[in-house]
Design a protein around this ligand. Structure first.
Ligand SMILES: [Zn+2]
Length: 278
């Protein structure tokens, strides 16, 4: 008998959390409100498995006080690179109790190593329902941003493409994404993602702009910020260097583009996002 899979679909900046029996996959962001919501969703859960160590997925991990499993590449959370601190999100520190490898079993799930956004990013495969819990790997209507700086940027896009192919080869009936609704037409999402990543490979600056827009909106979901504050975030100079501009120029340009799409608006004096968020 396999357990039912339950999803708590969360708005940004938090990632979705998923229950499979007594196992919880991902823990949302680290704010008090997010953790309160996590506690009620995770009532009766006995252990936690993380898709990767980013703040929107691992933020609630420490709060539950349960054993935590994560890929071996992200098991040493004393590593100062844990969570990509250069992204500028801090979360309560947690400890990994079980280091996972590709092919391991966690509850009813099989670990599928899908590196790219982070070195130890994994998907979890639920064979009975042919469901893949894919973290940041696959999304409905968008693609995961590709690291453009920080310790794991080299070769990240190629690894992400490879990881999409790895998941596609399982022929999932459904992918439960870390952000947005589940992907029910998996072949279409795979094609969309690979096509977008081909564009990124042909014009690497597009990947950086995409990531800048995503990061910017995530930060505005946490709090309104001025353009100067946004330009002072740790990733801004890294992106600016990749784009051959100053941090302030790229922030202003990204804000203008997002304003045109109606995704951000000018507050006084800060910028806010118009997207629904937690
Ligand atoms: Zn992530």
């Amino acid at each position: 008998m396999s357990s039912q899979i339950t999803i708590d679909g969360r708005l940004g900046p938090s990632a979705n959390t998923v229950r499979v029996g007594t196992l919880l996959v991902d823990t949302g962001s680290g704010t008090e409100a997010s953790i309160a919501r996590l506690r009620s969703f995770a009532h009766g859960v006995e252990s936690v498995a993380l898709t990767h160590f980013h703040a929107d997925h691992a933020g609630g991990a420490a709060a539950l006080g349960l054993p935590i499993a994560a890929h071996e590449a992200e098991a040493d959370t004393t590593d100062p690179r844990t969570g990509d601190p250069w992204l500028g999100f801090e979360i309560p520190p947690y400890r990994v109790d079980r280091a996972l490898r590709h092919g391991d079993t966690v509850g009813e799930l099989v670990v599928v190593h899908t590196p790219g956004q982070t070195p130890g990013h994994v998907a979890y495969w639920h064979e009975p329902t042919r469901t893949a819990i894919t973290g940041d790997l696959m999304q409905q209507g968008d693609v995961a941003w590709v690291p453009f700086g920080g310790p794991w940027a080299d070769g990240a896009l190629a690894r992400m493409v490879e990881s999409v192919r790895t998941v596609a080869a399982l022929r999932p009936a459904r992918c439960i994404s870390g952000h947005g609704p589940p992907v029910d037409d998996v072949p279409a999402a795979v094609e969309f993602t690979l096509r977008r990543y081909e564009q990124f490979a042909a014009e690497p600056q597009r990947a950086v702009w995409h990531a800048v827009r995503r990061a910017l909106v995530s930060h505005l979901m946490i709090q309104p910020l001025s353009a100067a504050q946004l330009a002072a975030l740790p990733w801004a100079p890294v992106a600016a260097e990749a784009l051959g501009e100053s941090p302030r120029v790229i922030i202003d340009r990204a804000l203008a583009g997002l304003e045109q799409r109606g995704v951000v608006a000018r507050g006084t004096p800060e910028w806010v996002t118009t997207l629904p968020h937690e």
